[in-house]
Design a protein around this ligand. Structure first.
Ligand code: MD3
Ligand code: FE
Length: 218
């Protein structure tokens, strides 16, 4: 059957690169082949550093559950946002970044035109239906010379991104299982967010979306 010739491509647009803005692009299906191993690694990481709902400096509980792996982890509490080497929940160091995480992040950055990506933290976000991330900038890092690489797994999400000012008009883009986005250069400090996750079930993750965000914090 002719369909078999294309079976390995997965989603119809797998392998496509879509420019989003200067310095930003979506690599459709880039992580599809690695998804089972990535999710297995997330299971090992969360056995040691469980998902938790952090508190914002303003006292709200975040709807997205988070954990980290790498040299440091991103945390939020009443004192503010920051990166720290110890998990506040366990008092232990964050689990090490699995070699597959590092190689995927570096391959994606390279494919997007950013060679020699340095990443020392992977923030792992878990969205249940209804969970969302309001429009924000990622600016808790020491510098912004390296890009940010993000991997979407499980249920689809509507991702919103705008410009360098909160008031700039935003665009919406659907991110699916296996999609990777890269944000560098002038897009590194763009405002972005995730609309409330719709109900659903995904064969790879069940009723949730998992996002891996690779950054250089230090
Ligand atoms: C665009 N996470 O954890 S990752 C976050 O899907 C976060 O969980 C979202 O935003 C998620 O901070 C989006 C994609 C992303 C990450 C950083 C960016 C897009 C970005 C920085 C600048 C512009
Ligand atoms: Fe962000």
């Amino acid at each position: 059957m002719i369909g078999d010739l294309f079976a390995d491509l997965g989603a119809p647009d797998a392998g496509k690169t879509e420019p989003l803005a200067e310095g930003a692009m979506v690599l459709r299906g880039f992580a599809l082949a690695d998804a089972p191993a990535l999710l297995a690694a997330v299971g090992e990481i969360t056995a040691a550093a469980p998902f938790r709902h952090l508190e914002t400096p303003g006292g709200f509980r975040m709807s997205v559950a988070m954990t980290n792996c790498g040299d440091v982890g991103w945390v939020s509490d009443r004192r503010g946002y920051r990166y720290q080497p110890l998990d506040p929940l366990t008092g232990n160091r964050w689990p090490a970044m699995p070699p597959l995480f590092l190689s995927l992040a570096r391959r994606a950055a390279q494919a997007a035109g950013f060679g020699d990506f340095h990443t020392d933290v992977c923030l792992i976000n878990r969205y249940a239906p209804g969970a969302r991330l309001t429009l924000h900038q990622d600016k808790d890092e020491k510098g912004y010379t390296d890009p940010i690489v993000s991997v979407s797994l499980g249920l689809p999400a509507v991702f919103q991104f705008g410009g360098l000012s909160r008031a700039d008009k935003t665009r919406r883009i659907r991110l699916e299982h296996g999609d990777v986005t890269v944000w560098g250069g002038p897009a590194r400090l763009a405002y972005h967010g995730v609309a409330p996750l719709a109900d659903g079930e995904h064969p790879a993750t069940g009723p949730c979306r998992i996002n891996l965000t690779f950054r250089r914090a230090l």
